[in-house]
Write a protein that binds this ligand. Structure first.
Ligand code: SF4
Length: 278
């Protein structure tokens, strides 16, 4: 099949690039023996993102189950705190303007306990956008996502993908830290989601990558276990979305490194295919 052959060729090229990166020393991610993958192992699937999304949409239509991202009426906060007037405004001209408009948000109780509002960071024209769940202690102190140990590991992953952090964009579902790093509550995620949606609309990334269960569930409005969401393309507002483990999980469980790297290879093969003529 011609498409399969082309995809294999692109994938082989991408893999060679990764091997070159390995030689340059990004060893934490994939120089260990258990991360030396062959082509068959490394490919969670062989369909392109658009093919897979189209198939999923057909299946959803057939089952009369349409996956839609959560929407929130922003006029009143169900949690009783202040919703900034600006949150009702649907569209902004830039990320900076958007950040300025929402950075005082106290729509949910986390607005009262945060140290710093954590909007997001990176290239406003990024082709790949990573989405985590919420700021942790370091992020809350610095006002920037993924700056602690998990952030440094994400940096290594991005480098191993052949990219720089300045080329991608990173944000979280929640802009404020939940106390003691507890899981975000559904109401908090629902209230904060319009901010992330507006960031995605402004950036218009080619690909979204959800880091961890909470981010995946928030973006896909599902409770399907993370393991079942990996290895295939999803869609968020018509943008191909891939799910993988959160870097913090990799710090705790070495066994997640290999599947995470497989996910990144899967993403980069499609990225290389889409951008091969640019
Ligand atoms: S977490 Fe989101 S909704 Fe809650 S106060 Fe912070 S910005 Fe507002």
């Amino acid at each position: 099949m011609q498409i399969d052959d082309e995809l294999k060729e692109v994938y082989t090229l991408a893999r060679r690039a990764f091997e070159c990166q390995a030689e340059l020393g990004y060893e934490e991610i994939y120089l260990s023996d258990d991360l030396q993958l062959n082509n068959d192992e490394a490919m969670p699937g062989t369909k392109t993102a658009s093919q897979e999304i189209e198939e999923n949409n057909k299946k959803n239509k057939k089952n009369k189950k349409i996956i839609t991202p959560p929407t929130v009426p922003m006029e009143r906060s169900p949690m009783g705190s202040t919703v900034p007037e600006v949150a009702k405004v649907k569209k902004f001209r830039s990320l900076t303007k958007h950040n300025e408009a929402i950075c005082e948000c106290t729509a949910c109780p986390l607005g009262a306990t945060r140290t710093k509002f954590v909007y997001g960071v990176g290239n406003p024209k990024a082709k790949i956008m990573f989405v985590g769940e919420a700021p942790g202690k370091d992020e809350d102190e610095k006002g920037e996502p993924f700056v602690g140990r998990a952030g440094r590991l994400l940096d290594d992953i991005i480098k191993a993908m052949g990219l720089e952090r300045s080329e991608i964009y990173i944000a979280n579902i929640l802009k404020c830290r939940p106390p003691q790093n507890r899981d975000p509550q559904p109401e908090e995620m629902q209230l904060c989601m319009p901010y992330l949606k507006e960031q995605i609309r402004l950036i218009k990334p080619q690909f979204l990558c959800a880091l961890g269960r909470i981010a995946a569930h928030g973006l896909l409005d599902t409770t399907t276990p993370l393991g079942q969401l990996r290895g295939r393309w999803h869609s968020f507002e018509n943008i191909p979305l891939l799910v993988t483990y959160h870097p913090a999980a990799l710090l705790r469980f070495q066994k997640y490194k290999r599947p995470t790297w497989e996910d990144m290879q899967f993403l980069m093969a499609e990225y290389a295919r889409i951008n091969k003529d640019q």
